[in-house]
Write a protein that binds this ligand. Structure first.
Ligand code: M6R
Length: 612
């Protein structure tokens, strides 16, 4: 986690850096700090809490430097405090460093450096980095820039763990070095300047041309130039990639919060994700994939691996793959996958889903699957993200930047892409052709139906106002609806801090029904006609015990049986999750707003979890 940003050019750096930090705050907001190259050396300003504390610091406006680095923190090693805030400097104050990632061997390095006379002032793992650079820097005899490069390289080779680093050195005031390993970092190229950031949206208003770095590529930045070096410091060529995202897509555009904006962007996100892949009159196309009937028939199992909301999308993917393609499928939480010795082999197809493409557990699971000989596909929303660089095949959702910590449009785009993928496989396998044609034409109608669903916002808000003070809620569903219940419960928990549980509707009576008492809210998703009767009975079981019941459905049911019914548009049950989740995203949103919480930046969370 943590967000880092940097600037080297001809403009005053501090406003650019602070602006970048504000955009990266979703990655962590325990503290923020900045370091710039000033006439009298390296400046250092930092404070606990949000970026606004930093820009309120006395003297911040006086920073004149046109080169600088900055950091917003999600604490891992060392509590949130001023001392533990980044940037960190070495003892001699020659180097200033910001770091995103975790240094696993920091204890050994700290001991080594302490034995060599260094003192530590924070509890962070990061503080070893500037001091280790200094240790090697002292040993280099030459005085040109290669001295700095070599010292940084040697220090990085000693680090075990993950890091994205920006490094300033007061002896070379016109330079900055950046490098990454297993943590995200991009460099945006301007005409005579460079912007560095943990993600693309934070600097999209400055440029659309980006250098995407591989692990252990060292970059020496000077005003107007960027030189790239491999792990052994051989100079290498690097091309820029142009990112098509519109700069305004990372603004709030008049909405109160990013989350609300992103909920309302779902029709366009779905339309873009389907793109030209689905055509009603021809076969589904994936330019990125080249699978044959022979290959797909040889797949013994599909493993879907992901975390959080992306894992909930995977649950829908599994359902679709099994139903449409008859390929046995499993869903794994990425952080568990590696440690359960999965039976993955060369006949397995492993699909990794991650909005950011930077989730450490998901990347580690992908690496393991490759080692075991499986074919790997990544599904991500971020071009060139780490996950996509590791996978055999990469396919993208086209949701545009998702800034709110709570994922909304990325989830529905992931489910959409998984639906398109299952259809594509099914066509290759020559299965279910009538059903496939129906699903294809329904997919193309989805954006319109989502627009209709969004018009239900006021009704959902009314119900949210009735229950926002509750402590616990339950979400139920059967079949594919249970996956949506899980996602809805997560959404409510993460932004409203209300305890929420999701259950397969038929499972509640095996224990958890003991928790149902007067006025407990139970929300049920019901979109499959084959499962309606049984699910209605399950709702009755809780209603008779006093529960307040909300139903999200497109089925013909007796509304008098429930406290509130939200009618969503009719859609094939296999595609229903893309619609039925939307009222529940809005439900969580309105509750969080009513409670006066920070919807976009819920406590303790960060948007991309780059630590295992
Ligand atoms: O970037 P990823 O899709 O890999 O992130 C996975 C989860 O951390 C993420 O979906 C998380 O659960 C969201 N905050 C949920 O809204």
């Amino acid at each position: 986690m943590c967000g880092i940003v940097g600037y080297i050019g001809t403009k005053k750096a501090s406003p650019i850096l602070i602006n970048g930090l504000i955009r990266l705050e979703y990655r962590g907001y325990d503290s923020a700090g900045i370091s710039t190259v000033e006439k009298n050396g390296l400046s250092l300003m930092k404070d606990m809490g949000r970026v606004k504390n930093l820009y309120n610091l006395k003297g911040i406006d006086d920073l004149e430097g046109t080169i600088g680095i900055a950091h917003t923190r999600w604490a891992t090693h060392g509590k949130p405090s001023k001392e533990n805030s980044h940037p960190h400097m070495d003892n001699s104050k020659t180097f200033s460093v910001v770091h995103n990632g975790i240094i696993e061997n920091y204890n050994e390095l700290r001991k080594f450096l302490t034995d060599n006379g260094y003192t530590f002032y924070s509890q962070t793992d990061t503080e070893v980095i500037p001091n280790l650079i200094h240790y090697y820097y002292k040993k280099e005899t030459n005085s040109d820039i290669s001295r700095l490069l070599k010292a940084v390289q040697k220090a990085c080779l000693d680090l075990i763990g993950s890091f994205a680093l920006e490094i300033l050195c007061c002896d070379f005031p016109d330079n900055m070095i950046v490098v990454r390993k297993d943590s995200p970092l991009v460099i945006g190229k301007g005409s005579d300047e460079c912007y560095i950031s943990s993600d693309i949206p934070a600097i999209l208003s400055f440029t659309r041309d980006f250098y995407l770095l591989k692990d252990y590529e060292f970059v020496l930045l000077q005003r107007g130039s960027a030189k790239f070096y491999d792990k052994d410091l051989n100079e290498i060529d690097k091309e820029t990639t142009t990112i098509e995202w519109d700069a305004s897509s990372s603004e709030k555009n008049g909405y109160d919060d990013y989350m609300l904006k992103e909920i309302y962007e779902q029709p366009i996100a779905i339309r873009e994700t389907i793109g030209s892949r689905i055509n009603s009159n021809s076969k589904t196309e994936f330019d990125e994939l080249n699978f044959t009937k022979e290959y797909l028939s040889s797949v013994n199992k599909i493993y879907f691996v992901a975390c959080g909301t992306a894992m909930h999308a995977a649950l829908v993917g599994k359902n679709l793959m099994e139903k449409l393609c008859r390929i046995s499928s499993e869903v794994d939480i990425a952080s568990e996958f590696r440690y359960r010795d999965p039976l993955v082999d060369k006949n397995s197809l492993c699909i990794f889903i991650s909005q950011s493409g930077e989730t450490a557990d998901t990347i580690a699971a992908l690496k393991l699957s490759k080692e075991k000989g499986a074919k790997t596909i990544s599904i991500s929303n971020v071009i060139g993200s780490s996950l996509t660089r590791e996978a055999d095949y990469s396919i993208y959702t086209h949701a545009g930047p998702e800034i709110a910590v709570a994922s909304t449009k990325a989830y529905t785009s992931q489910v959409t892409l998984l639906s398109v993928l299952a259809i594509y496989f099914s066509e290759i396998l020559e299965l279910n052709s009538d059903l496939i044609n129906k699903l294809k034409s329904e997919l193309l109608e989805l954006p319109k139906k989502i627009e209709t669903t969004l018009t239900l916002a006021d009704k959902i808000k009314d119900f949210a106002m009735q229950v926002y003070q509750e402590k616990d809620m339950f979400f139920l569903g059967r079949g594919i609806d249970e996956a949506v219940a899980k996602e809805a419960a997560l959404k409510l928990k993460e932004i409203s801090y209300i305890h929420a549980e999701s259950y397969a509707a038929g499972e509640l009576k095996h224990g958890a029904i003991a928790l149902i008492e007067n006025d407990v809210t139970v929300i049920t998703v019901m979109t499959d006609s084959k499962l309606v009767e049984k699910t209605v009975s399950n709702i009755q079981e809780v209603a008779t015990r006093g529960a307040k019941t909300l139903v999200v459905t497109n089925q013909d049911i007796d509304c008098n049986l429930f406290d509130k019914v939200i009618h969503i548009p009719e859609v094939h049950p296999y595609l229903a999750p893309i619609i039925s989740v939307i009222p529940l995203q809005l439900f969580a949103y309105y509750i969080s707003k009513e409670k006066g919480l920070d919807v976009d930046k819920p406590r303790n969370l960060a948007k991309s979890v780059t630590v295992e």
